[in-house]
Ligand binder design. Structure first.
Ligand code: HEC
Ligand code: HEC
Length: 219
């Protein structure tokens, strides 16, 4: 038990380093210039994942829109968004007029990539949570082979790439399982902890959406 506690501590540290390295590596949203413009010019207000919760947001008069809500961006064309940034919503700052047209276009493509059509989740947020809190057991590749898995016998951390592990259609069930932990949810392993005290329902939803990536990686 003591050995496990030490291993968990070490893994938590490794997770933080890995997540920094990943944040700088290619973004799944796949808009390198957009990602850079966004990080430097937009994130301070609109937030890391586009949720309108950047460090400056609390100084603003009106609440900011949530770019991870696909219902919001879905109804607007790029032209309408670009026009809004040059005039009404960013009037005093006219962010769009200060940017090269290509950089503006890429940053709009980037904020579109922050949402998933028909859903209100953030895969980027899910990735950061997974790297910080789950990979120690479930592995960076989701194969259940994280460094802590060596210390666990039966049951092993779930292998998210296995064909018998199903996510589609089971999202709510998995959210509940992750919230409660395996012991409370299904008399399962005490080593699959409860996360409701550390993660919000939205963060748990984001993480479940991220788990789907491991399925795509292994068809
Ligand atoms: C100083 C804070 C601040 C910064 C920096 C900032 N924004 Fe905004 N943004 C706002 C405010 C305030 C609004 C208006 C409230 C709203 O609609 O959410 C807004 C609205 C928006 C909207 C909605 C526009 C519409 O049509 O209603 C988009 C899209 C947007 N910003 C994108 C960006 C992009 C892209 C960047 C970086 C290039 C950026 N913002 C930088 C504060 C900021
Ligand atoms: C200390 C190790 C450990 C950590 C950390 C951990 N898990 Fe687990 N997880 C397990 C084990 C062990 C099981 C198998 C439980 C069982 O079958 O009783 C499991 C099972 C699961 C399952 C399978 C549910 C099902 O119905 O098949 C999901 C989903 C899951 N974990 C998600 C997560 C998420 C998300 C995180 C991070 C927020 C996380 N786990 C962190 C050890 C861990």
């Amino acid at each position: 038990m003591k050995r496990l506690a030490v291993a968990l501590f070490v893994v938590a540290g490794l997770g933080a380093i890995a997540s920094n390295a990943r944040a700088q590596a290619a973004d799944p949203a796949g808009q390198p210039r957009g990602a850079q413009v966004y990080a430097e010019l937009c994130q301070s207000c609109h937030g890391r994942y586009g949720r309108g919760d950047g460090p400056l947001a609390s100084n603003l008069k009106a609440p900011l829109v949530d770019f991870t809500n696909s219902a919001w961006l879905g109804g607007r064309s790029d032209e309408v968004i670009a026009k809004g940034l040059g005039t009404a919503s960013h009037g005093p700052m006219t962010i769009a007029s200060a940017l090269k047209p290509e950089a503006l276009q890429d940053s709009i493509a980037y904020i579109r990539a922050l949402s998933i059509p028909g859903k209100h989740v953030s895969v980027l947020a899910g990735r950061d949570i997974y790297l910080a809190s789950c990979q120690g057991c479930h592995g960076a590749k989701g194969d259940g082979q994280g460094p802590v898995a060596t210390y666990l016998t039966d049951p092993k951390p779930r292998d998210f790439t296995a064909s018998k592990f199903v996510i589609d259609g089971r999202e709510e069930e998995l959210e509940k399982f992750i919230s409660l932990g395996a012991a409370a949810a299904m008399h399962g392993s005490i080593y699959m902890p409860e996360w409701a005290s550390r993660l919000s329902p939205q963060q748990i939803k984001d993480t479940v959406e991220y788990l789907k990536i491991f399925k795509q990686a292994k068809p």
